[in-house]
Design a protein around this ligand. Sequence first.
Ligand code: SF4
Ligand code: SF4
Length: 502
Amino acid sequence: MNINQIKNIGTVIILSAMALWIGILFGNSFQLNEATFNETVASEHRFLLKEKLAPAFESKSSNVFSFTNKIVAAEAEVNKALEAEGKGDMKISNSYQMSLTKASGVGFVSENNLLLFFLVFGLLIFGTMLFVVPDIKKIPGIKNDGIFKHPVNKGKLLGIILGSMFISFYILLYFFPQYIINWLIVLDPLSKFMNGGLASQWFLYGFLYTIAVLTMGIRMLIKYRHNKYQMVRTGSVMFFQLIFAFMIPEILTKLNMPSADLKNMWPLDYSFFFDYRIDQKIEAGTLGTFMFVWGIVLFAVGVPVLTYFFGKRWYCSWVCGCGGLAETLGDPFRQLSNKKIKAWRFERYSIHIVLVLAVVMTAGVLYTYFTGEPKIMGVLDTGTLRYYYGFGVGSIFSGVVGTGFYPIMGNRVWCRFGCPLAAYLGLVQRFKSRFRITTNGGQCISCGNCSTYCEQGIDVKWYAQRGQDIVRSSCVGCGICSAVCPRGVLNLENLAEDTKKI
Ligand code: SF4
Ligand code: SF4
């Protein structure tokens, strides 16, 4: 069997796993029962809601959509009735859609969730390995083999389909998690094992994210096996995603400690200073206090010191979860980053505007926390500020656009145009860092590989042709420009200037 035949089998297995995964969404019925209703719904809403939901107790809904529609309609009627009675403060503000739907699932998916879990993810991982491992027989690295003619690339149907799938997933995850409840049911056994509770939509997200980074990380390790820097860097993002982002937070939850990704920091972790998270840490005693102080030390001391010595790559390309996904799942799309000067101009404004918004929003949140005043100078509502930042930047920009647009705008859309932490790291890198890419201009043959594969849209060739060092705030130090250069022109360095190799 030749390489292409093995890869084709891998593709068929991956598509089968995905078809099964989508089919799971329709594999349960929903039947409300009195005991779970009483356990789930708060006492002040119980009587009214039960009356409105009476039909759901008597009949089984064949799919999640009709079941949640009943809940939405019942909640709307309850809220209307409470409003009419002048009890607006008692209205249902946190919908019971998720909790009631999860508790009411009956049928094939609920009865076979463990089997389905092993089937879907076993097939997915096996198929991906069949697709990526045969590449070990190919020449390592990127080859000039008609990359822009590939069906996934910009404007091509496959790229648009892939992008639409990513975008749809994020929209469901953030805004309509009740419709993907069957996926959560499939992950319940793993969630119970890891944190003692049932799977939430964020557990699902963390699990899928980790699977993506690990499987596509193996692809990176095979593809760039000739390059030590890429091997170590890829190993690093896989390690931080698996241990720090996924396992430690779940174990902390199981131990009844505040869950935290200890490598994530403000302003990327924009809710770090939110009242409920500060209170949670204070209540958790010594460990909680340590987490709070650690988070502050990381952005106030860790960023300037480590960025001075190593550039922003220590975080963006070695540690960060967003960077980790971009460098693994996103690697096939890195050449799609826009190289035009217009994109660079836009990027300079957009990323710094998001940083300013993060600072203003956080200052407002802390002002309310310490003074108890919901509005700054009686005008600016800090709750509203926090809501719109979370919605616009936290959900739409970083999730829906940041990952959903990989197959359309390249793999670093969020890191390049929106991440406030990247903006902060970039400012330090630009003005006070030893990190630079040195160029041996005499060796450059102007092939353009470096510029093509720069995920940050930097015209690396321009610098190489002039023998000029590259010191750009947006460079995440991924090292791919150096890895794909056929002439060894580019060198990532962080030695002090006077010890610079010649
Ligand atoms: S200039 Fe090189 S190291 Fe920097 S982001 Fe682009 S490809 Fe990565
Ligand atoms: S620096 Fe290397 S990859 Fe870039 S144009 Fe020159 S020879 Fe090609």
